[in-house]
Design a protein around this ligand. Structure first.
Ligand code: CUA
Length: 175
């Protein structure tokens, strides 16, 4: 069978496009560290979170040191603040260590995003959202709620202070 040269060029271009599309989709699926919100962090009774009777660290949320290279930050989101995180109670974590954020809601759905990073999750009442990250650069990062959660939604924010590891250990406060 004789295939016209002009047709061969278009066949080649079409194949290239298909390969390109598949590569783009594959990268978006696994390459950029994007994952669906799931219940891997476990479930929790939002009413108990509200009254501080979960019997877990969420009753007194804050930073818990697992070891020198892993910290877990427990955060309660509620109308209209992050505890810790909002107001004069920023979240403090060391740079260049693994930091796992465990976030849950005491009332309605909230968002939890740290500006300038790919940390971004929904906070669903009844579930614990879990995100692990490593901050390479010290400084103050903004914390924002990105799910409409009521009349004060636009005021719901806070900050994350990333300090050098040596300095962090020197001033370390338990919870
Ligand atoms: Cu909380 Cu919007």
């Amino acid at each position: 069978m004789q295939v016209h040269n002009f047709e061969k060029v278009w066949l080649g271009a079409a194949l290239l496009l298909i390969v390109g599309f598949i590569a783009t989709i594959s990268y978006g699926t696994v390459g950029a560290g994007i994952a669906m919100v799931d219940d891997s962090g476990g479930q929790i009774d939002p009413q108990a979170v509200q009254s501080g009777e979960t019997g877990t660290t969420f009753d007194d949320p804050g930073v818990v040191k697992q070891n020198d290279s892993h910290y877990v930050v427990y955060v309660v989101a509620q109308q209209f603040q992050f505890v810790p995180g909002s107001g004069d109670n920023p979240i403090q974590v060391p740079a260049n260590t693994l930091v796992t954020f465990k976030v849950t809601s005491a009332d309605v759905m909230h968002g939890f995003a740290i500006t300038g990073t790919n940390i971004n999750t929904m906070v669903i009442p009844g579930q614990v959202a879990e995100v692990t990250a490593r901050f390479d650069e010290t400084g103050t990062y903004g914390l924002v709620c990105h799910e409409y959660c009521g009349a004060g939604h636009h005021t719901m924010g806070g900050s994350v202070e990333v300090v050098p590891q040596s300095q962090y250990n020197a001033t370390e406060v338990t919870n």
